[in-house]
Design a protein around this ligand. Structure first.
Ligand code: SF4
Length: 218
């Protein structure tokens, strides 16, 4: 069996699923792409350890209550914010993270200007890890950093790209060496990996109709 490379995985997944239109939001029961930087930042926190459907409910609630505004989030009582995002799970922690991150972005003028926060500075904030930081940098700021999540690790390990246990930055380096450093490609590829991970390459995979099965070592 020929070992597949990362660029081939991208092309096959794009052929199969088409453009995914991330960052996704829900408006009036329709899915569309969010270009609102702060909404993407909020979504990146809320999606930690939960399904996107739960995030949508919390985002909708923030909008309905008039809370999707960084100035409001900075001022609101943390318990009230937690109640508003309850559907996203871990709501007390997420409320705290949202307030800390929002204050950092506002004080650094990162929401009101074209200033881009430094990755290392974001990583110093409480409760915000590499996957979340890279989601924010890629989707809210267009920085070409690849978002590596559990789906990426699982699919790349099963396809023999990774051997398992590699550090986050090692995986990022492998990907950066394999595809052009284009934020639009990175956005699309991550979204395609998530789609494939949900539809086929689950913990117990559905391999029979998988488009990658001819290249898979699993
Ligand atoms: S063949 Fe199975 S294990 Fe391999 S990528 Fe497809 S779904 Fe995942």
């Amino acid at each position: 069996m020929n070992k597949i490379n990362i660029k081939e995985i991208y092309n096959i997944l794009l052929d199969k699923y088409g453009p995914q239109g991330w960052w996704p939001v829900r408006r009036d029961a329709k899915f569309c792409v969010s270009t609102n930087r702060y909404e993407i930042v909020v979504g990146a926190i809320l999606t930690q350890n939960t399904a996107w459907t739960n995030v949508e409910k919390a985002v909708d609630n923030l909008i309905i209550l008039g809370l999707m505004d960084p100035k409001v989030i900075m001022d609101i009582d943390q318990d009230d914010l937690a109640n508003a995002i309850r559907s996203s799970g871990y709501y007390n922690q997420k409320a705290k993270k949202l307030k800390i991150l929002t204050r950092y972005l506002m004080e650094g003028n990162f929401l009101q200007s074209e200033n881009i926060p430094e990755r290392d500075d974001l990583l110093k904030l409480w409760g915000i890890g590499e996957e979340t930081v890279d989601s924010i940098l890629l989707y809210a700021y267009g920085v070409p950093v690849f978002v590596i999540d559990a789906y990426t690790r699982r699919i790349f390990e099963r396809l023999g790209i990774l051997s398992g246990g590699e550090q986050y930055e090692v995986i990022a380096g492998v990907i950066a060496d394999s595809i052009e450093e284009d934020p639009e490609v990175y956005k699309e590829f991550h979204a395609l990996i998530v789609r494939h991970g949900k539809e086929h390459c689950r913990k117990t995979p559905d391999c029979i109709t998988c488009i990658l099965k001819d290249f898979c070592l699993y």
